[in-house]
Design a protein around this ligand. Structure first.
Ligand code: AG3
Length: 282
């Protein structure tokens, strides 16, 4: 931070700055540097190790696409795992569906505690829902050791630096596959492609040999900057991604959820990729 600006330290040759109207909390958690501040345009902002993770203003564009796309493509998701996601934004979206259980596997207990305290507009009361369980563990170790089955696995990670590197490796994806049922779906946060090309390239190349269907899909999150973010997609069957628009619409209406970014049209269109992203997939 310099003066009253927060400068993101994600890239060497490109930066975004957000005005800091007020610092709400700052600490070193033992895992990472955590900062929550208020910005006049985006509301409360959560940054970890100097990188914006989520904001009140635009979290919907990320969490809705990360969660509703796989759940509505699956069609009957009862058991969901969220790897990372300690701010509760993805959890809150998942609980809007008729699910039995959502396990959030988060490494850093302070992210959950401080998000509950400062970001209730993002997590709501999701952490108090009896269907939710928070497991404070390394996500890769959890997936290797659990014998629980999931219909949908959502990897809501930080960028691949430090402990989250393991969440971008093929061994982790293979462990996820082993925990998914026949029409199970895995989705992953794969970076802002214009700036983090290698991340999208690696994600797709690592998923493809393991799953019957692998792809990338798009969302656009203002505070992630520099264009589209791609989310990794992998499924044990081709069916979920091939679900026709009319059926996605029917499921969306049946779920009775309200969304601000996600629509059934956007769901289907998100798999149509611009040439510069398609080119990374070989
Ligand atoms: N996880 C994704 C943050 C990505 C930020 N990186 C970037 N701009 N390339 C966010 C966690 C929110 N639940």
């Amino acid at each position: 931070m310099s003066g009253e600006w927060f400068t993101e330290t994600l890239y060497t040759d490109y930066q975004q700055r957000l005005k800091v109207a007020k610092i709400l909390h700052r600490e070193s958690t033992g895992y990472q540097d955590l900062l929550i501040f208020e910005n006049p345009c985006f509301g409360r902002v959560l940054a970890l190790d100097g990188i914006v993770q989520t904001t009140e203003g635009d979290e919907f564009a990320y969490h809705e696409m990360l969660v509703h796309v796989p759940i509505l493509a699956h069609g009957d998701a009862r058991r969901v795992a969220i790897i990372g996601g300690g701010d509760g934004g993805a959890l809150e979206e998942a609980l809007k569906h008729d699910v039995e259980r959502v396990a959030v596997v988060e490494l850093d207990p302070r992210v959950v505690a401080l998000s509950r305290r400062y970001l209730p507009s993002i997590c709501g009361d999701a952490f108090d829902d009896p269907r939710a369980e928070v497991i404070f563990r390394d996500g890769a170790a959890f997936m290797k050791e659990t014998d629980e089955a999931f219909d949908v696995i959502v990897v809501d990670s930080t960028d691949p630096v430090g402990p989250s590197v393991a969440l971008f490796e093929q061994a982790f994806y293979a462990d996820c596959r082993a925990r998914l049922g026949e029409s199970g779906v895995l989705v992953t946060q794969s970076g802002v492609t214009f700036m983090q090309e290698q991340e999208a390239r690696d994600t797709y190349a690592r998923l493809k040999p393991l799953f019957a269907d692998a792809w990338l899909y798009l969302t656009q999150v203002p505070t992630y900057g520099a264009g589209f973010m791609t989310l990794g997609w992998a499924s044990r069957s081709a069916a979920p991604r091939a679900t026709p628009l009319a059926e996605i619409e029917r499921r969306y209406r049946a779920a009775g959820i309200e969304t601000r970014y996600y629509t059934p049209e956007v769901h289907v269109a998100a798999f149509g990729l611009p040439g510069y992203i398609r080119a990374l997939m070989g």
